[in-house]
Structure formats: C-alpha cells, structure tokens
Write a protein that binds this ligand. Structure first.
Ligand code: DGJ
Length: 740
C-alpha cells in the first residue's frame, strides 16, 4: 500500500519504491508539509521534522503558544491572511468582504486508482493497481465550504498528482479569486529554477536562475499557455546535472492562463506553486456548486534532469495521451503550408501529393486557405465550407482522390477564430470576445470566438463534424493563432466576466472531447502559431503538437531539445522544409534537416516536386529509414547528451525498452578548425550488451560506449579534410543494434 495514515499523529505518508511525500494535520486542523523527496522508510511519527519555532513578532495562532505560527510552518495549501504572510494557495472573497478562511480537517479517504476530472484533461491510471489516491476533506465552518485536496501516487513512477475541489454547501455565495492546483513548501531554498521560455519561432529555450528571496514566476495571461512560458518549471539543486542530483519537476495539465512561481521567504523556505493565473480570475460559487482546479504533476528525480524528463515522457506518453493513436506509430505526412501558403488549387495539391506518395509519404495535410474565400489572412475564419474556386470537388472530392492514391488525408482548421470578413461574423458579431463599445486588437486580422458560450462551441462543432462525417479525413491540425485581448464576454454579467478565461479553455476541451469521442480514429495535432499551446492539457486530446513554425534544422535542435525537458518525442511534430529556410533564411543540408526531424513525428513541409532527382532519392531513403526506426522513436527512452544551449553542437539518443536498439544523433552548428579531439559518450545502454554501430561498423560493449564513448573527432572536429558532410550545420546518426 503506497498510502499510509498514522491515526495518532494524523500523518499521511504516500510512498513507492522511489519517493516519499509526507504531511500531517497540524493542531489547528490544517495540513502541514513534512517531507517530499527520495523514499524514506515509514515510521509512526515524523513530528520531529515539523519546525515549530519561537520567533519574536510572529503572528501566532494560539494565545500562550508562541511557537505555532503559520508564517513559519510548512503547509500543503496555505490560506490568505490568517497568520501566513506569504503568497497563499487560494483566496476566497465572502459576502461580507472578508477573505479570511479556516479550513479544518474532517476526514479522508484512500481510493484505488484515480478519479477522472470533470471537463478537464488529466493523467489517468489504467488499472486500480497502478495508482492510489488520497482525498483530504476539510471544511470552513463559517462559509460551510468544503475543500478536497487530492493526491495520487503511482506505484511505478516517482510521480504525485494534485488538485483541489471547492464545494459550496453553505447558503452564502463565495468567490474564489485565486485557486492554485499545487503548493509545496520546501525546507530550504538551495535550488535553481529551470524554465522553458521563448517567443514565436523560438519556443521552449531552457533557462536557469538561482532561487533568491522574493518571487520568481512564469505565467500566461494570454488565454493559451503561450510561446513565452511553458506551464512547467523545475527546481534543481545547483550541483545537479543532466544525470545526477535532485530535481523536482512541476507541470500543469492545463492550456489556459497559468501562474507558476517560487517564493522564497527570508527564512529560506521555498514555496513552489502552480495553477490558474489569479489575474482576472474570479469564480463565484452558489450553494451546491463546485470548482475543480486543473491537475498539477510533481515529478521527483534523484538522477538529474534526464530522469525527470524520462518520467514525464513515460507518464505523458502512456497515461495522458489516450485512444487509438497512443500506442501507434504516426504517419509520415506532407503539409502544403510552406509549399504554397494559401495560393493553391486542387491540381497543385494533387501534384504535391503524387510526388510525396511516390517517395513514401503516407498522409497529405491541407493547411490554411481552403475555406470561405480565404486567399490571405483577412478573411473567412469561421466559414468552414470549402472554397469552390480552389477545390471544385470540395474537401470530399480532394480527400477521396488522395485516398485513391493510397494516402490518408488531413485537414487544417482554426475553430476558435473568426475574421470580420466572414458570414459567421455578419450573423453573430456578439460571438466575439471583446468590449462592444471599445476598439479591440486584432491578431493576424482575426478575432477570438467566445468559446465560454456553449452555443458558439456547438455551432463550430457542427460545422466541422459535418466535414469529418462527409469526407475521409484521417487527421486534423487544430490551430490557434492569436492571444485573447479585451477579455470580455458579451451579454454576460459583471460577476461572470471573471470566469471567461477558464470557461473559454473548458469550451476548447469540450469541443476536443466531442471530436475525439465521435471520430476516435482521427489523429489530432494541436498547434498555436507553432508551439504556443504545447502543454499537457492539449496532449490529453491531441497526441501530437506542431512544435514550432520555425523549421530551420539548427533552430529546431534547440527547440526540440528544450521541449524534451517535459514532452515525449511522440508528441513533437517535426518536418523537413525547403532551403533557404523561410524563417531564418539559412541553408542547411537535407540530411541534417531530416536527422533533426526524425526525433519526433516526421514529415515534410515543402513541395517535393522542387527537388532534383538526386534529392528525391535522398528523401525516399529518409522516409524508408524513418519508417524503420519510428517505433524506437515513439517508444524509446530519450537521453540528452550534449546541450545546444551550452555549445555549438548538440547530441541526443533514444534507447529501446529492451536496450537492444538505439539511435544517437550528433549535430554540429558550426565547423571548428583544428578543434580538440572529441568523444561522444552514450547513455542508457545495457553495459553487458555488445552493440554494432551501423554507420561505422564498429562493435563495442554498452559499458565502453557509456564510459569511454565513441571517437567522433574525424567528423566533429574538422581535423581531416574529408569533404563529405564537413562544414557548418552537419549531423550524424549512429544506430546501435545488439549483436549478443
Ligand atoms: C500557424 C501554424 O503554426 C502554421 O503551421 C500554419 O498552419 C499557419 N498557422 C496557417 O495559418
């Protein structure tokens, strides 16, 4: 049993073979954090780890006891204003204007497996045996509000899942103004905060900063999780590396506004939190109503960032992604976006598809520009019927032709958006988010539909379902190309406005739910101007996500490397595009572009007709190669070897579960002259297996490859003047197969 309750001391100990999470009910009835980290043996009491301290000037709970101060005690879900002066995990505005609460422990329950969250994406347990859930019931007697803190621990993974529910059982209305999914008080602040930050076309760069007194935060107030900050951060010991030392990873299964922060007080306690951003959030609950926070995921690693990532990968690949595509390899696609933009006809698309098919591509994806009268970004979003000028036989006609060629057909949509130049806007101008008597910002000439309204979601859902029913569509790329500004839901009361952002994303989830239920075999790829909504919430519905609009191989190495901190290779859409690259104007070899894109869901984003015969042959071989290794890429364990954020080179590798097959990629951004000798040290292999390296013919033991490494100086250092694949932006693959 991984969850133990010690009745006498009211202590809960959640543990498995790797981690322990211990908290207790303090004497004021509120839960106090005791320990989170590497597994320690259970005992009757860990009370000696609770640091009651006598401090002058502290706000104290009990008269006569100056050691019990919420300001110094480590807590599980701290409240505002009742002795703790630090940032709270929640705040409730009451009818009399007071914000003081006192949730006191009433009871608990331990459940096998894990409950589903209503309307929200969440990690799941496939059987009752693989996880156990603890729910702590607390009540504020004045408001008569119930709070349920939920903790799930996995039997086989160093993972804790948390969320909170508020249930109003009293007569008064209460307003949640702040409700984090997780709060964790750590006993010291000797950590570095790792975040994934960026912008359009340079998403998820790895950033690191030591914790310091005060607040360090990442956030989105854009209505989607954003290019700028991913809903994830890690706290890593300064001495921890990729492969050693303690790291705590915190991720939020949510796609809307979020706040992730660490607050260090002046006594060295680090309080980490993640949840919905409190800015413009307010949620009124009447009697009988419930609010459920999104789920937060805590991953503990005693072996550096690498193990943290592999834990996230396993969890998200196998217990967040669901359905038909979870365990299936993904098709090699060709997407026409960078080939044609919106300037295409059925004939042009069929020509692209024919050549692609001939070279081995399995699916043709038609991107933006097929609907209404859309020839540029000023019109037609919202009008999801085909443009007869471009597609005289409709989507169905085109899709059937593609199917008849022996390929699958995929379609781009952007269901959350509308252009003013559209039938939808003419009929329903009030369906747009914005203050009607003020100017609204557009983003790429488009406006955001108010997905907090059921009728809007239903209308868009009906249009797109119609297409999915009518035509053989096997894949949908669901895009979202702007942030939400002027957040205002027309026709709704003042009180309802604070719900807009959260309800919006619930609307998005409900539409995804409808589509994935009605069309379970359609493969969904989420997208938001590239990777602005690359988050665990989306992965619950769409098993893969377009990683970035930046398809330049050199930039992609950084973006994919950063993304891999949390997200599995099976979730990253990675395509080869033409050169010079359309985002960076850089020329990179076709081989490097493919060898970067192999480490994800592979495809092409170009017109293959523009290639020479020799290049076409290269593409044919690339596709053949990817098909052979894609199972390894999908299911293998991922190891980062050399960081592109620290050098002009990068390397990573994937190892199969049985460790008999592995693929390493080495990338060199710039060719050095007469550089030091270099060995590439591999990871994750079986020390007792002898491997053959396909590209070099070398045979070596796993132990040798993981300790002595592979000599790659010829290629990496430019010391020999071998002409082939020298120069900038080169890459090499090393495929390892067990020979004994
Ligand atoms: C942004 C996406 O990231 C691109 O791949 C493409 O689909 C365009 N939108 C289409 O407008």
């Amino acid at each position: 049993m991984p969850i133990v309750f010690h009745k006498k001391t009211k202590e809960f100990h959640l543990y498995n073979s790797e981690i322990s999470y211990i908290f207790c009910i303090l004497k004021n009835g509120q839960p106090g954090q005791i320990y989170y980290g590497e597994k320690i043996k259970d005992r009757d009491s860990f009370q000696h780890l609770i640091e009651y301290s006598f401090r002058d000037m502290a706000p104290c709970t009990y008269e006569g006891d100056r050691t019990f101060s919420m300001e110094y005690l480590k807590q599980e879900y701290p409240s505002y204003g009742h002795g703790d002066m630090r940032y709270p995990a929640y705040e409730i505005l009451q009818e009399d204007g007071s914000r003081i609460t006192e949730f006191v422990f009433e009871d608990y329950v331990i459940l096998k497996g894990k409950r589903k969250l209503t309307g929200l994406p969440a990690v799941y347990a496939e059987s009752d045996e693989e996880a156990e859930t603890l729910e702590i019931y607390l009540r504020d007697r004045v408001m008569n509000t119930r709070m349920i803190l939920s903790y799930t621990i996995f039997e086989q993974l160093p993972v804790i899942l948390r969320n909170t529910r508020f249930i109003q059982e009293g007569e008064s209305c209460i307003t949640l103004e702040h409700a984090m999914s997780l709060s964790l008080d750590l006993p010291d602040d000797r950590y570095e905060m790792i975040t994934l930050t960026g912008a359009w076309a340079r998403e998820r760069y790895i950033k690191k900063a030591p914790l310091h007194e005060g607040v360090q935060a990442i956030y989105s107030m854009r209505g989607h999780s954003s290019h700028q900050f991913n809903p994830f951060f890690a706290l890593k010991r300064p001495e921890a590396t990729e492969d050693t030392g303690e790291v705590i990873g915190i991720s939020l299964v949510y796609s809307g506004n979020f706040l992730g922060q660490t607050v260090v007080d002046t006594f060295g306690v680090a309080r980490a939190m993640i949840g919905i951003h409190p800015e413009v959030f307010s949620w009124t609950l009447k009697k009988g109503e419930i609010f459920q926070t999104p789920e937060a995921v805590l991953v503990y690693s005693n072996k550096g960032l690498g193990k943290m990532s592999r834990t996230f990968h396993r969890l998200y690949h196998r217990r967040l992604v669901r359905g038909f595509w979870r365990d299936r390899v993904r098709p090699v696609v060709i997407n026409n976006w960078e080939a044609t933009y919106m300037d295409f006809t059925e004939e042009k698309i069929l020509k692209i598809a024919e050549t692609a098919k001939e070279l081995g591509v399995e699916m043709m994806v038609l991107d933006d520009g097929w609907f209404g009268h859309r020839d540029d970004d000023t019109s037609s979003l919202g009008d999801w019927y085909p443009n007869p000028k471009k597609l005289p036989h409709g989507i169905r006609g085109l899709a059937e032709k593609i199917e008849n060629m022996g390929m699958k057909f995929g379609l781009w949509i952007e269901p959350e958006m509308v252009n003013k130049d559209s039938r939808l806007y003419a009929e329903h101008p009030d369906w747009v988010i914005g203050v009607p008597y003020r100017d609204s910002c557009h983003g790429r000439n488009q406006y955001v539909l108010d997905f907090s309204k059921e009728e809007v979601v239903e209308y868009i859902g009906d249009q797109i379902s119609g297409l999915l029913k009518e035509a053989p569509i096997s894949y949908i790329k669901w895009d979202m190309n702007r942030s939400i500004s002027e957040a205002f839901s027309q026709g709704r009361s003042r009180e309802e406005q604070g719900k807009l952002f959260h309800k919006y994303i619930l609307g998005v989830y409900s539409l995804y739910d409808r589509f994935t239920t009605d069309f379970p075999e359609v493969l969904f790829e989420s997208c938001a101007s590239g990777g602005a909504r690359f988050d665990p919430g989306m992965l619950y519905y769409a098993p893969q996500c377009w990683t970035s609009d930046n398809t330049d191989a050199v930039e992609r190495i950084r973006i994919q490397y950063g993304t891999s901190l949390v997200y599995p290779l099976s979730s990253m859409g990675c395509h080869v595009s033409e050169v010079p690259n359309q985002q960076t104007f850089r020329n990179t070899p076709l081989a490097t572009r493919a060898e970067t894109a192999y480490f994800g869901c592979f495809g092409y984003e170009m017109d293959l007709n523009t290639l020479t015969e020799e290049e076409k042959q290269e593409v044919r071989e690339q596709i053949r190669y990817y098909k052979r290794i894609r199972k390894l890429i999908m299911d293998g364990a991922f190891y980062r070897l050399v960081s592109p954020f620290e050098a002009e080179e990068a390397a990573w590798m994937v190892v199969s579960e049985d460790k008999k097959h592995a693929l390493a990629g080495y990338y060199r951004m710039r060719q050095p002259a007469n550089a030091p000798l270099k060995r590439l040290v591999l990871k994750g292999l079986d020390p007792d297996i002898r491997y053959q390296i396909r590209e070099t013919g070398l045979e070596a033991g796993g132990d040798e490859l993981m300790h002595a490494g592979m000599a790659i100086s010829d290629f990496a250092c430019g010391i020999r003047k071998q002409k082939e694949r020298q120069g900038d932006y080169q890459s090499r693959l090393f495929e390892l197969t067990a020979v004994s």
